[in-house]
Design a protein around this ligand. Structure first.
Ligand code: PEP
Ligand code: MG
Length: 557
C-alpha cells in the first residue's frame, strides 16, 4: 500500500483517480539538420493550430468569464497570420519547426519587453504560447493544466488564481498542491468549485509517477499515490456514499435557536457562482470579489463591460443585498493592467484600496460602473473597499462612492490597524466587513500563500478573535453592521462563536452555508456569547477550539 502524504484539507470531499502533474515547459533539443524547409513550416503551422484549437476548446469549456477571456486572447495570438511569414523566413534559413517557433516568439517577446510598460507584461503570454507550440512540434505533452480527455486528480507545485479559474470541475476530480496555505486563493477557489482539495502537501511531485492512481481526502488532508485499482474503487464507493447522504432540511434565514438573526451571505467572483444556488434564506452576496473577473488582464476593463458583469450579479439576486468589493489587486491577485510596480513584499505594498494612489481613475470608473449597473435593479447594492488601514482612507473611499451615488459605503477590516481604529472607521463608513484571511495573515505575520505556518493562520487564534471583538464592540456602539467575509465565516464550529461576539453577517461559499445554518440553529444567543467568552479567554487556537467544542457538546447534549 502507498505511504500516505499529508497536507491541509481545504476542500472537503473524497476523490480517486489518475494523478496528473501540471505539464512542465519543454526543453528545446539541439537543432536538427533540415532538408525540406516546406515540411518544417507545415509542422510549425500544424503545431500552432493544435495550440490554438486546444486553447479555444479550453476557453469554450472554461467555468468563468475571466478564464474564458484569458484563454480566448491566447488562442487569438496563436492564430495571428504574421506568424506564418516569420516562420517561413526561419525555416527557409534552415531552422527546424521547434527552433523556428521558439525563435519567432522569442523575437516578438524581446520587442514587447523593450517597449516596456503594459506591452512588456504581455511577454509572459507569448512565452506561454511558445512553450505550448514547441511542445506540440516536439510531440510532448502541453505545459500547464493537462487536458487528457478523462477525469483526473491535478497535482501541482502551486497554482496561480488564473490556473485555478480555468479548471473544469467536470474533469478535475481533486486538486493537490505542494505549497499554499488554508486561506490562499487556490484554496478559496477550489472550495468555490466544490473540489476536494489539499494544499501544503510536501513531497507530492516526487511521488507522482506516470499513470499512477491516487486518492485524496479533502477533509483530513491525506493523499495516497500509487494505490491499487481495488483501493481506488473502494475509495470511489466511499465518495459516492458521502455524496448520496440525505440532504439537510429546508433552507431558512440564519438565526440562533432563540431567533437572533445572523445574515447568511455568499462570497462570489462572478454571476456564474450563483448558477444553481438555492437562494432561499440567503440574505444576499456579502462579498463580490470583482478582481476575479479581470485576473491577468492586460487591458483595463471598459465601463460597459464592467456594467454588464455587475448587472448580471444584481439581476440574479432579486431584492437581496449585494456588497461589491472594489478591485483588490496586488500581491497574489495580479491585475497587470494597473501597472503596479514590482515590490519585494507585495503583500505589504500597493494592493487593494492603496492602488488609488497610483491609478485613481480605475476606482472612479469602477464606482461609476457599479452605480450604473445598480440603476433599475431590485438588488440593494453597497460597495466596500479592501485593505483599508486608516480612517482617512475610509473617508476618502466613502466620499468617492457617495459622489457616484453610492452612499453608506463600507470598508473591510483586513489589517490590525483597521480593527484598532474600528470606532473611527465607523464614523465615516456605513459598515465593516472583516476579512479574516488577511487579518489573520497580518496579525500573526504569517504568509497566507505559504503552507508552512498553518497553525498561525488558524482562524481560532485568540488574537484574531480579539481583533474581531474590537470591531463588533465598535459596531454595537455605532449601531452599524459588522460582518465576517473571510473563510472563518464558513466554519460551522466558529459560526456560533462569531455570532456570540456580535457578528451580524457571515459571508461564505454556497457549499459552506448549510452546516453553518445548522450550527447557528443549535445555540441560543446567550449560549453563543458563552462560547465566545471561552474562545476569547483561551491561550491558544487549540484551546479556543476545544473550549468551544466542549461548550457546544454540553449544549447539544
Ligand atoms: C479576506 O482577506 O478575508 C477576504 C475576504 O479577502 P480575500 O480573501 O479576497 O483577500
Ligand atoms: Mg483580503
Amino acid at each position: 500500500m502507498a505511504d500516505p502524504l499529508r497536507g491541509l484539507g481545504v476542500g472537503p470531499g473524497l476523490a480517486a483517480g489518475i494523478v496528473l502533474p501540471m505539464g512542465a515547459p519543454p526543453e528545446l533539443p539541439p537543432p536538427r539538420p533540415v532538408t525540406d524547409p516546406g515540411r518544417e513550416l507545415d509542422a510549425a503551422l500544424a503545431a500552432l493550430e493544435s495550440v490554438r484549437a486546444d486553447l479555444a476548446g479550453r476557453a469554450a469549456a472554461a467555468p468563468g468569464k475571466a478564464a474564458r477571456d484569458v484563454l480566448e486572447a491566447q488562442a487569438a495570438i496563436a492564430a495571428d497570420p504574421m506568424l506564418e511569414t516569420d516562420l517561413g523566413v526561419r525555416t527557409q534559413r534552415g531552422e527546424d519547426a521547434a527552433h523556428a517557433l521558439h525563435g519567432t516568439f522569442d523575437e516578438y517577446r524581446r520587442v514587447l519587453l523593450d517597449a516596456g510598460d503594459h506591452l512588456a507584461e504581455r511577454a509572459a503570454d507569448l512565452a506561454d504560447i511558445a512553450d505550448r507550440a514547441v511542445a506540440a512540434a516536439l510531440g510532448r505533452p502541453m505545459p500547464g493544466v493537462p487536458a487528457p480527455g478523462h477525469p483526473f486528480i491535478l497535482a501541482a507545485g502551486d497554482l496561480s488564481p488564473a490556473d485555478t479559474a480555468t479548471l473544469d470541475p467536470s474533469t478535475v476530480l481533486a486538486l493537490v498542491t505542494e505549497r499554499g496555505g488554508p486561506t490562499s486563493h487556490t484554496a478559496i477557489l477550489a472550495r468555490a468549485l466544490g473540489l476536494p482539495a489539499v494544499v501544503g502537501c510536501a513531497g507530492l511531485l516526487d511521488a507522482v509517477a506516470p499513470g499512477a492512481l491516487g486518492t485524496v481526502d479533502g477533509t483530513t488532508g491525506e493523499v495516497r499515490i500509487g494505490v491499487g485499482a481495488d483501493e481506488a474503487d473502494a475509495f470511489r464507493g466511499r465518495a459516492a456514499a458521502l455524496r448520496a447522504r440525505p440532504g439537510r432540511g429546508p433552507a431558512g434565514p440564519g438565526r440562533t435557536a432563540d431567533g437572533h438573526p445572523v445574515d447568511l451571505m455568499l462570497n462570489i467572483g462572478s454571476a456564474a457562482d450563483l448558477d444553481g444556488v438555492d437562494l432561499t434564506g440567503v440574505a444576499g452576496v456579502g462579498l463580490f470579489r470583482t478582481e476575479l473577473l479581470f485576473l491577468e488582464r492586460r487591458e483595463e476593463p471598459g465601463l460597459d463591460q464592467q456594467v454588464r458583469a455587475y448587472r448580471e450579479v444584481f439581476d440574479a439576486v432579486g431584492e437581496r443585498v449585494v456588497v461589491v468589493r472594489t478591485l483588490d489587486a496586488g500581491a497574489d491577485k495580479p491585475l497587470p493592467f494597473l501597472g503596479l510596480p514590482e515590490e519585494p513584499n507585495p503583500a505589504l505594498g500597493v494592493r487593494g484600496f492603496r492602488t488609488v494612489r497610483l491609478r485613481p481613475e480605475v476606482l472612479e470608473t469602477q464606482l461609476e460602473a457599479i452605480a450604473l449597473a445598480a440603476e433599475g435593479t431590485a438588488a440593494r447594492v453597497a460597495v466596500m473597499a479592501p485593505m483599508i488601514s486608516t480612517p482617512g482612507e475610509a473617508a476618502d473611499f466613502a466620499g468617492r462612492a457617495a459622489r457616484h451615488g453610492l452612499p453608506g459605503a463600507g470598508v473591510m477590516v483586513e489589517v490590525p490597524a483597521a480593527a484598532l481604529s474600528a470606532a473611527a472607521l465607523l464614523r465615516v463608513a456605513g459598515f465593516l466587513s472583516i476579512g479574516t484571511n488577511d487579518l489573520g495573515q497580518y496579525a500573526l505575520a504569517a504568509d497566507r500563500q505559504g503552507g508552512d505556518l498553518p497553525d498561525l493562520l488558524d482562524p481560532w487564534q485568540p488574537a484574531l478573535l480579539r481583533l474581531i471583538a474590537m470591531c463588533t464592540r465598535a459596531g454595537l456602539a455605532a449601531g452599524k453592521s459588522v460582518g465576517v467575509c473571510g473563510e472563518a465565516a464558513g466554519d460551522p464550529l466558529l459560526a456560533p462563536v462569531l455570532a456570540g461576539l456580535g457578528v451580524g453577517r457571515l459571508s461564505m461559499s454556497a457549499r459552506s452555508m448549510p452546516p453553518v445554518r445548522d450550527a447557528l440553529a443549535r445555540h441560543d444567543l446567550a449560549g453563543c456569547e458563552r462560547l465566545a467568552g471561552r474562545a476569547l479567554a483561551a491561550a491558544s487556537a487549540e484551546e479556543a477550539r476545544t473550549a468551544a467544542a466542549a461548550g457546544a457538546t454540553v449544549r447539544e447534549g
